[in-house]
Design a protein around this ligand. Structure first.
Ligand code: HH2
Length: 284
């Protein structure tokens, strides 16, 4: 079953929220500078072992990325990004999970699709490299379109919205229409509000609180709160790897509001919490 099929199983009546199916997407950052685990998995063998551990913990998807998107991160050229992620994808082909490539670049996505990826996770929603859309259309792969205000370098400089949920919803609707116009099948698209990407703490919390307004776009909703700094601002946890409880809290709320894919660093506690939450919420 593809990610989309699983995530879409319980769509339909807005009264029956899709709480019965969820997928956890484990993060494999092959970067020196990711905000919470930069440098830990730069060695391909370490990244592959980490990915396999995440699958053993219950990850249904592995999201492999070779460029950090944190504010102020150094941009990476396509050759270097591909050099980082390709051996890791090859090494995880038989790991038993859907492989996702976290990139905004056509060249990286093309190579990753050849190395076993079947999902392209683009934090720019096909804005930074419009040719990426054609690559995804030709490959027939799944595509995750994420909202970001502007670009990573400047996105956290005083972000403003008329109404953050309405604005993010309109953006995702427009990017979904763009993807479909470029030949990507609508059934292949997942949507993500981009928690932390050009948002204050209040923006993030409002998006989570009103997440059900995004599920009305008819596509599976992905949520990525894992270890993000707004959790630290709320709890006083300055060390990102200590924000697991905050991450779990947001994911349980997001499940109840209709999200079906959860992008996390700490797979085991999130799978456990979501399993109990889904069993509790599931309509009998
Ligand atoms: N967040 C990050 C990266 N990619 N993709 C989606 N779809 N949604 C997200 O919320 C999201 C994402 C940032 O987290 P991380 O990969 O841990 O950090 P970095 O970008 O510094 O590598």
């Amino acid at each position: 079953m593809s990610v989309i099929q699983a995530a879409g199983l319980f769509q339909g009546s807005p009264r029956l929220r899709p709480v019965s199916a969820f997928r956890v997407m484990g993060i494999v950052n092959v970067t020196p500078d990711s905000f919470s685990d930069g440098g830990l998995w730069l060695d391909p063998a370490a990244a592959i072992a980490h990915g396999r551990d995440l699958v053993a913990e219950g990850a249904a998807i592995l999201d492999v990325g070779g460029e950090s998107t944190r504010p102020g991160a150094e941009p990476v050229d396509a050759d270097e990004e591909a050099r980082r992620v390709l051996p890791v994808l090859e090494g995880l082909r038989d790991a038993g999970a859907t492989l996702s490539i976290d990139t905004t670049k056509r060249l990286v996505a093309e190579a990753a699709l050849g190395a076993g990826a079947t999902l392209v996770n683009d934090v720019s929603a096909l804005r930074f490299d419009p040719e990426l859309a054609g690559v995804c259309a030709d490959a027939g792969c799944d595509v995750c379109l994420m909202h970001m205000l502007g670009e990573p370098r400047t996105m956290q400089e005083d972000p403003r919205y008329d109404d953050v949920v309405d604005d993010v919803r309109a953006f995702l609707e427009e990017r979904l229409a763009f993807a479909v116009a470029e030949g990507i099948a609508e059934e292949r698209v997942l949507l993500d509000p981009g928690i932390g990407f050009g948002k204050t703490t209040d923006h993030n919390l409002e998006l989570l609180r009103r997440l059900d307004e995004l599920t009305t776009l008819g596509r599976p909703v992905v949520v990525g709160t894992s270890r993000k700094s707004f959790l630290g601002r709320l709890t006083g946890r300055e060390v990102a790897s200590e924000r697991v409880a905050g991450t779990v809290a947001t994911n349980v709320i997001a499940l109840e509001r209709g999200a079906t894919v959860f992008r996390v660093h700490d797979v085991a506690p999130n799978v456990e919490a979501l399993t109990v939450a889904a069993a509790t919420l599931r309509p009998s």
